[in-house]
Design a binder for this molecule. Structure first.
Ligand code: NCD
Length: 317
C-alpha cells in the first residue's frame, strides 16, 4: 500500500479541538484504507519503521492501550508499554520527571493517558518527540472520537446531517467531549441526553442540543452512543441508585425503538451492563457496533501514529 498523501503539520495529536474538518476527513480516509487492507502496510514506507513508540498510561485501559500497541507494531515500530503501577511513579516521581526520563530514550512518539485534564498538553510542551493524547481526565480522547466517526461513516456512509444521540454521564466523559467537537465540525446533529446533574454547563451550541429525557432525545436518531457511568470520577452521588438510572437512562429495547429502525448502538467500553445498557442490546449484532468500534480503533491509531511519526521522523517539519 502507498504512503499517505497528507501531512498533519502539527507535532502532536492532543485533541479534536486543534483539528480542522479537513484534518479529520484525511485521518478518517487513511484509517479506512488501512482497515480495508487488514492493517497491512509496506513497512518500508512506514515513518515509524525501527522507531520507538512508548505507551505511558497512568489510568487503566484495555482497548486503547492494546490497540495503540498493535497499531505501532503494524507500522514496524519498537513499542514499549510502561507499567505505571510498578514504575517509579509509585515512588513519587512526578509526571514531568517520568516523561523527561522516557524522552531521554529518544522515542519518536509518546502515547499518554492521564487522569488530569491538561496533563498531556503540559507534557507535550516539555518533550521533543510527538505526543498523542490517549485520554486526559474529563477533557479529550481524540482517537476515540475518530474511531467512533469511522465506525459511523462505515455503517452510514456519511457523518453530515446524521442525528447522533450521546447518552449518559456526559459530565465526566472525555469521549463525549471529543465526539461533540468532531461530530459538530463534520456537520452531524448532536443530541446530548443525560440527567441534569450529569450535564456540563454551557455545552449546548450550534448543532448540539440538550435533552434530559431519553424519550424525547432518542426520537428518529441514526446513532445511539451510550456512555459509561464513570463512578471513579464522582465525588458523592449524582443520581439516586443504579436501578433508577437504568430505568430512566439505560438503553433497553423499548427506548431503542424510539430511534430509527436502522439506528446503530455504540459504546466506547468498558460497559456497565444493566446500568447504562441492557446486555441483550449490547450483544445484538444487528444493532450494536461495539466490536467494530474496537476494530476501527486499530486503524485510526495506525493513521494517528503515522502522521505524528511522519512529522518527527524527518517528514513535514
Ligand atoms: C473510555 C475512556 O477511557 O475515556 N474508554 C476507552 O477509551 N475505550 C471511556 C470510559 O472509560 O468509560
Amino acid at each position: 500500500m502507498a504512503a499517505p498523501l497528507y501531512k498533519l503539520n502539527k507535532p502532536h495529536l492532543l485533541g479534536i479541538e486543534g483539528l480542522t474538518a479537513l484534518d479529520i476527513a484525511m485521518l478518517l480516509d487513511r484509517a479506512k484504507t488501512l482497515a480495508a487492507a487488514n492493517f497491512k502496510i509496506d513497512k518500508k514506507i512506514s515513518p515509524l519503521l525501527d522507531k520507538t513508540v512508548i505507551n505511558l498510561f497512568f489510568e487503566p485501559s484495555t482497548r486503547t492501550q492494546t490497540s495503540f500497541e498493535l497499531a505501532a507494531k503494524k507500522l514496524g515500530a519498537d513499542v514499549i508499554s510502561m507499567q505505571v503501577a510498578t514504575s517509579s511513579v509509585k515512588k513519587g516521581e512526578t509526571l514531568l520527571d517520568t516523561a523527561m526520563t522516557l524522552n531521554a530514550m529518544r522515542p519518536t512518539v509518546l502515547v499518554v493517558r492521564h487522569g488530569d485534564s491538561g496533563a498531556v498538553q503540559l507534557l507535550a510542551e516539555k518533550v521533543n518527540c510527538g505526543v498523542i493524547n490517549a485520554g486526559d481526565g474529563t477533557h479529550e480522547h481524540p482517537t476515540q472520537a475518530l474511531l467512533d466517526a469511522l465506525t459511523i461513516h462505515t455503517r452510514k456512509g456519511r457523518l453530515q446531517d446524521l442525528v447522533v444521540a450521546i447518552c449518559g454521564d456526559i459530565l465526566h466523559s472525555r469521549v463525549a467531549r471529543s465526539n461533540i467537537l468532531l461530530l459538530s465540525k463534520m456537520g452531524a446533529e448532536v443530541r446530548l441526553i443525560a440527567p441534569p446533574t450529569l450535564l456540563p454547563v454551557g455545552i449546548a451550541g450550534d448543532n448540539v442540543t440538550i435533552y434530559t429525557s431519553m424519550i424525547d432525545g432518542l426520537r428518529e436518531a441514526d446513532v445511539v452512543m451510550m456512555l459509561r457511568v464513570q463512578n471513579e470520577r464522582m465525588n458523592g452521588h449524582f443520581f439516586p441508585s443504579a436501578r433508577e438510572y437504568y430505568h430512566f437512562f439505560g438503553l433497553d429495547a423499548k427506548k431503542l425503538a424510539l430511534a430509527k429502525n436502522d439506528a446503530i448502538v455504540m459504546h466506547p467500553g468498558p460497559m456497565n451492563r444493566g446500568v447504562e445498557i441492557d446486555s441483550a442490546i449490547a450483544d445484538d449484532v444487528t444493532r450494536s457496533v461495539i466490536y467494530q468500534q474496537v476494530e476501527m480503533g486499530v486503524a485510526v491509531r495506525m493513521a494517528a501514529l503515522e502522521v505524528v511519526g511522519e512529522y518527527h521522523a524527518g517528514g513535514a517539519k
